[in-house]
Design a protein. Structure first.
Length: 245
């Protein structure tokens, strides 16, 4: 919320940002590039991916510069350094809940008032989606902690963070369905742990995409590994971070 403290629209930006990206994606990838959205209205297709991706990005890029951003405090007061990144991930749930609420509004409008080429709707996996949110948070937090360790010692990584976030987005089926990836590359693409999560999220909300338990398990194990290792190196760096900064 602090980032919108002195803005005119305030928390409305939580809604406007993914909505603006959805419009851009619809025009560029839907109209010009004609990338299919599996018969789902582009607004729902893109927005369903951007919601969960946006939360991952908050946890990842929002924590990548933790040591640099809090250098003045770390040099004066001691407290558990993990509080900052954890608080960032928890506060990110507020924006996620707002975006999800507006998605449901869009969903109901299309479901009952606007005809669509193909039917869509909630599936049984919707009940499992709340369990995936902590996985996304753990994955983003773990990667953010790793990046914060690197940025504390090598400031070049501060410039790499935004680029890496964009690269990961295009490597995740946000603007295209996973089914559009050539079969010979699908295994390689699925090594990205966010792929199965985005696909499962979209499958639960729209009935499009896929829910593969084995790939979900891989994403969970990957998130646990990256989080635990990130916490370990984050704590080691926190002991001597003042020397770096």
């Amino acid at each position: 919320m602090a980032q919108y403290k002195q803005t005119i629209l305030g928390p409305i930006w939580f809604v406007l940002q993914p909505l603006f990206l959805t419009v851009v994606f619809t025009i560029i990838f839907g109209t010009f590039a004609q990338i299919p959205t599996e018969g789902v209205p582009p607004l729902l297709f893109y927005n369903s991916g951007l919601i969960i991706w946006g939360y991952f990005l908050v946890c990842f890029t929002g924590n990548a510069n933790t040591f640099v951003a809090n250098a003045s405090i770390y040099g004066k007061v001691y407290y558990p350094r993990l509080i900052n990144p954890l608080a960032n991930c928890i506060s990110g749930l507020f924006g996620f809940s707002i975006q999800l609420t507006f998605f449901i509004v869009y969903y109901l409008i299309y479901k009952f008032y606007i005809p669509t080429p193909e039917p869509f709707g909630f599936t049984w996996s919707l009940a499992i989606l709340p369990l995936l949110i902590p996985v996304v948070g753990a994955l983003g937090l773990g990667l953010g902690l790793w990046m914060s360790v690197l940025t504390a010692k090598y400031r070049d990584f501060c410039q790499i963070t935004a680029f890496l976030g964009q690269a990961l987005m295009y490597a995740t089926p946000i603007i295209y369905p996973f089914s559009q990836i050539p079969p010979k590359y699908q295994f390689l693409a699925s090594l990205n742990p966010m792929v199965s999560i985005v696909e499962a999220f979209r499958f639960g909300l729209l009935g499009k995409g896929s829910f593969v338990p084995g790939q979900i398990l891989y994403s969970i194990l990957f998130a646990i590994l990256i989080l635990l290792s990130g916490i370990y190196f984050f704590k080691k760096t926190a002991k001597r971070v003042v020397d770096y900064l």
